[in-house]
Design a protein around this ligand. Sequence first.
Ligand code: TYD
Ligand code: MG
Length: 451
Amino acid sequence: MAKTKTTFFCQNCGAQFSKWQGQCTSCRQWNTIVEEVIQKPQKSDWKSDVSNTKVSKPLKIDEIDGRLEARFPTSDNEYNRVLGGGIVPGSVILIGGEPGIGKSTLMLQLALKFPIKTLYVSGEESQKQIKMRAERISNKNNNCFILTETNTQNIFRQIEELEPDILIVDSIQTLHSDYIDSSAGSISQIKECASDLIRYAKETSTPVILIGHITKDGNIAGPKILEHMVDTVLQFEGDRNHVFRILRAQKNRFGSTSELGIYEMQGSGLREVSDPSDILLSRKEEDLSGSAVAATLEGMRPLMIEIQALVSTAVYGTPQRSATGFNAKRLNMLLAVLEKRAGFRLGTKDVFLNVTGGITVDDPAIDLAVIAAILSSNEDQPLPRDVCFAAEVGLSGEIRPVQRVEQRILEAEKLGFSKIFISKYSKFHSPKEGIQIIKLGRIEDLVNHLI
Ligand code: TYD
Ligand code: MG
């Protein structure tokens, strides 16, 4: 056997050191450096003999056969949308998310819907537990094989026998390789197991989906290099107390990262939400103050979102400002603009803001709806139910145009809104007849319209 070799790894960022030290010099975290034994194997896991290793030659870009890269769509439209049309053969997808958010459910659901031979390797649950989950989801696929195993050598043995068309691993942190003498989930194990799986994917053109745990601060556990190694990194997120789950691409070598998939967690698994606006808007019976609808865009998809604000007199000296689903700094900025440019004394008021549905919005077009909701709550005057807003607000109180305003107008019209407030500087063609477009230049114009 080769001489035992050890190295020191930072468990936070994956940096490698030759000796122990108290602080990691690369990520500045204390007490994260751990010694791990690495016995570099003479032979690797996947296809050990040398004769199988292809020697690649340089080719002109025209000579490369592009047809091999045709993607195959899954039966899950939201998943396809996020990936940019489907799974690319030989690609490696890493999906991360909080515990209990539904990663295993999503992947099992996908595995059960594939018409092709699927191998689902689980290191977290027993075959019985997976069967129970499958019964809940109640999808049938006679070509889906379940393997409970954590040793990569054994997994590859089964793969060679079964030759699956797609491999799903739940989760990369539970795998361990015989060649490395450190515990599962450690940096060197994750690195080794992932690189073997990636090599397997590339050599056989089999797509591999890896489920990954995340750390306290929301990054995928293990070395950052893991995210560099794979082709696509997906994030499955949402508020566990709400039913909506959002799948977004953080990195995608084969598509855009601006697309978004929306699911609803039900008793029988995850349901694709193809018309999210319809669900996110509460169809309330009576008019309530402090609520406004924003026409936002998530990826390429328009999304109507309800914003709720509550403005009340501060009980304590320092007023509270709190925002859910919206950047709190941006809220403070908008309040300052309202105070300075429109003369509203909000300095002694508590302001609470909530984006309904438990989702987080980054689109700046939500600004105008936030201001409208705050004004409405402050004056205790409900806004008409059929108006919506789509514009950014600048520091000097100007209403700024936002991208793809036509698409937002179309969505608003489709959902039965009769008025939309936008910036007067917005440029768009084909004015719609079904919806009245109100153009504003400054924040005072909005105040005049609403109050
Ligand atoms: P799970 O996929 O185990 O999460 P993860 O793998 O990300 O840790 O999902 C667990 C949660 O999903 C659990 O709290 C219960 C809920 N759930 C449903 O509401 N309906 C279902 O049909 C299933 C399978 C799970
Ligand atoms: Mg799980």
